[in-house]
Design a protein around this ligand. Structure first.
Ligand code: RB5
Length: 149
């Protein structure tokens, strides 16, 4: 499993903590920045990760102040199922049911210990398929379908 990781300035410190956690777990990762915690715009870094994930190269982990801006941005890219999560139950469920391929966290929302537990739950969970597969297919159909009355 390869994890593409990025943040904005507000997620910089949690990103560093999570990179260390991934290494400790033996998970391979590629850090897409930014290199320093200088002010930057979360859509730029969400896009870097989302395009790699959409190409099927791995999964994504994005951190900003709340995780919300990262998830909104990543979900603009076709093929992305980004979930912003702040609890372990939802982290597991969003893989099992939604097959989330990008996890978003908020440095201003969760501490480093909880964030690591959330990442573990998401990485360790398996997509359950079955009825959920049809729903995920419908979710992606929304990317191209125009509104019908
Ligand atoms: C940056 O101040 C903050 O707006 C950003 O990190 C994020 O929380 C947006 O959703």
């Amino acid at each position: 499993m390869l994890v593409f990781v990025a943040s904005d300035h507000a997620g910089h410190h949690l990103r560093q903590s999570l990179l260390a956690h991934l290494s400790a777990r033996g998970v391979e990762w590629i850090d897409l920045g930014p290199a320093a915690p200088e002010r930057c715009d979360y859509p730029d870094f969400a896009a870097k990760v989302a395009h790699r994930v959409a190409r099927g190269e791995g999964v994504g982990l994005l951190v900003c102040g709340t995780g919300v801006g990262m998830s909104m941005s990543a979900n603009k890219i076709p093929g992305i199922r980004a979930a912003v999560v702040s609890d372990v139950f939802s982290a597991r469920a969003t893989k099992q049911h939604n097959n989330a391929n990008v996890l978003c966290l908020g440095e201003r929302v969760v501490g480093t210990g909880l964030a690591a537990a959330i990442v573990d739950a998401w990485l360790d969970a398996e997509f359950e398929g079955g009825r959920h597969a049809g729903r995920v297919a419908k979710l992606h159909a929304l990317e191209t379908r125009s509104e019908r009355s």
